[in-house]
Design a protein around this ligand. Structure first.
Ligand SMILES: Cc1cc2nc3c(=O)[nH]c(=O)nc-3n(C[C@H](O)[C@H](O)[C@H](O)COP(=O)(O)OP(=O)(O)OC[C@H]3O[C@@H](n4cnc5c(N)ncnc54)[C@H](O)[C@@H]3O)c2cc1C
Length: 538
């Protein structure tokens, strides 16, 4: 794998799943690619970790929701070893009194739901049907690259297609969508439903991964966007062996295209010569040249640090600086020497996605605590027990539990070293309420606060989306209005991570769409420039 003396058409910075997708797709487009990853492991926030010998769990991201079938097929991920341990996983809203609520996926489940919540059943069916119609209208926008900033004709064409699709459905969907754009999910759900548990679970989904509370304007549209992202995928799935197995398959796809991967290779600087991208300088001073540099390291890191703010005009640099980054989700991964028993939960639902968000009020409290630099007294969270369906993750009869805690601050009052223990105790106390005795089963655990997720897994800011997904940071305005469509002010330098359209999640879409744009905007001939080593790596 010598990289001295080799020629590269493109250097991909970052071996998270988006960097890998971009590298594999550029390889398919006949580019000779070098991918450099700072850590000694691939995957970024899509990784499997061993918390104790024999106990493995998806370290950060744990559910595959929006990963497109098209990508899986084109990159032959099945052939490269990707398997699923569970598909179409249901969601259960856990109730404090054990009257848990299974969100229905079928007629039969809907009957049980209606028996449980007779007053909300019809409204729920209508809500889901409306959400899906609205999401289906915008879903194509998530599957294609947005128009170039300032390309009025491309924008006009896109809007014409959107309106045309909306008119096919009578126009009401688009009108309603426009009406809810500024609305909060809390107000919308309050107007439709009675059950606090149902409202808490639906609002949890709409706000997950973001920093906003349930009554923040724009969160009703976030629910539509999340559903539209889910539509890109194939239902909620658990990859066999955890998220790391998606990454292993992607790495094999890169190698199959003769792409080269370097681990422990941190880029310190993006080189620009005569105003265009010319390669990268590694931390140890080693220089690798290529006419295309494609970064998944987060837009702020890439442009303000690796490229240097001095190369940007003041306006675009300011756009990147605001809003301040900082993830709002934490992970607690546990190894258990037995099966946890969630009181009142049918045995076949122990493998479901379990949401603990008992009401809008409690979700709001968790958000308010997070904004004040604290965690909630009653944390809201999403729990999975992947070992229920995947026997490769833990010894027989033992389990791993993956807990995603929503609304946890990056900067905490008193500092994380002083508050970690109290945080875990709070999470375990909450779990104990629903699954009495779970604490006694714990034999090991790993806590990942937002700063840990950044330092241990390389996810910029520990932020699900490498930058917030406010209304003014979507589509062609993502990551910021000056940088839409994966391009940057430096010709030959592109972005391809979760900070770009269509945003975070293990979807591979930013990497895939960026590669499509790059392949269309650059010719192979232009990129076949030689690499000149200034010195061999240490
Ligand atoms: C707590 C939490 C739970 C989540 N759960 C889910 C979930 O269940 N399902 C889901 O779909 N999504 C989930 N997400 C979101 C998802 O994990 C991310 O959106 C996604 O992994 C981002 O992928 P990426 O490839 O764009 O970036 P990353 O995974 O951050 O990869 C970027 C890579 O670039 C490398 N890098 C950075 N700087 C340099 C440099 N200078 N030189 C070389 N390499 C560099 C990093 O080390 C890293 O490996 C979750 C996020 C969080 C925080």
């Amino acid at each position: 794998m010598a990289w001295g003396g080799r020629k590269y058409d493109a250097i991909v910075i970052g071996g998270g799943h988006n960097g890998l997708v971009a590298a594999a797709c550029l390889g398919r487009a006949h580019r000779r690619v070098l991918l450099v990853e700072a850590r000694d492991r691939l995957g970024g926030a899509a990784a499997t970790a061993e918390i104790l010998p024999g106990y493995r769990v998806s370290a950060v991201a744990h559910l595959l929701e929006g990963f497109p079938r098209r990508l899986e097929r084109e990159l032959k991920l099945g052939k490269h070893g990707l398997r699923y341990a569970a598909r179409n996983i249901p969601t259960v809203a856990l109730d404090r009194d054990g009257k848990h609520l299974l969100l229905p996926r079928s007629r039969k489940e809907f009957s049980a739901f209606a028996a449980h919540l007779p007053k909300d059943a019809v409204a729920y069916r209508d809500y889901i049907s409306r959400l899906q119609t609205q999401a289906a209208l915008v879903a194509p926008l998530f599957a294609e690259a947005p128009p170039k900033p300032g390309d009025a004709e491309a924008l006009r064409q896109l809007l014409r297609r959107l309106v045309w699709r909306a008119e096919l459905g009578g126009g009401a969907t688009l009108r309603r969508l426009m009406r809810i754009l500024p609305e909060s999910i809390g107000d919308l759900l309050d107007a439709e439903f009675e059950s606090p548990l149902l409202k808490g679970a639906l609002a949890f989904d709409a706000t997950l991964g973001g920093s906003e509370g349930p009554y923040a304007p724009g969160t009703a549209f976030r629910a539509v966007c999340r559903e539209a992202m889910r539509m890109q995928g194939q239902g909620v799935r658990l990859p066999q062996g955890g998220m790391g197995s998606v990454v292993d398959a992607l790495a094999a796809a890169v190698s199959a295209q003769r792409g080269e991967i370097r681990l422990g290779a941190r880029v310190a600087r993006i080189l620009v010569e005569d105003g265009v991208a010319a390669g990268v300088e590694m931390e140890d001073g080693f220089i690798v040249r290529a006419p295309l540099v494609v970064s998944s390291a987060g837009p702020r890191n890439t442009l303000l640090e690796l490229l240097g703010a001095a190369r940007l005009e003041t306006g675009p640099a300011m756009q990147l600086r605001a809003p301040a980054p900082g993830g709002t989700s934490a992970k607690v991964n546990l190894a258990l020497e037995g099966a946890p028993q969630f009181a009142g939960l049918a045995p076949e639902l122990h493998g479901a996605r379990l949401v603990i968000s008992p009401s809008l009020e409690e979700l709001g409290h968790a958000n308010a605590a997070c904004r004040e630099g604290d965690f909630a007294s009653d944390p809201v969270m999403e729990v999975t027990i992947p070992s229920m369906s995947d026997g490769t993750l833990a010894p027989a009869g033992h389990h791993v539990l993956s807990v995603l805690v929503h609304h946890v601050p990056y900067d905490i009052e008193g500092g994380w070293p002083a508050r970690r223990e109290a945080f875990v105790q709070r999470v375990v106390r909450t779990l104990e309420h629903y699954a009495p005795g779970i604490g006694d089963l714990m034999i090991a655990g790993e806590i990942l606060t937002p700063p840990d997720i950044e330092t241990k897994y390389g996810l910029a800011g520990g932020d699900w989306h490498q930058g917030d997904v406010r209304l003014d940071r979507l589509f062609g305005f993502r990551p910021a209005p000056a940088f839409g469509r994966y391009g940057t002010p430096v010709p030959g330098l592109y972005l391809c991570g979760a900070g770009s359209h269509p945003g975070g999640g293990v979807t591979g879409l930013p990497g895939f769409l960026a590669a499509e744009v790059i392949a269309a905007e650059t010719s192979v001939k232009r990129t076949s420039v030689g690499q000149l080593d200034e010195r061999e790596p240490a």
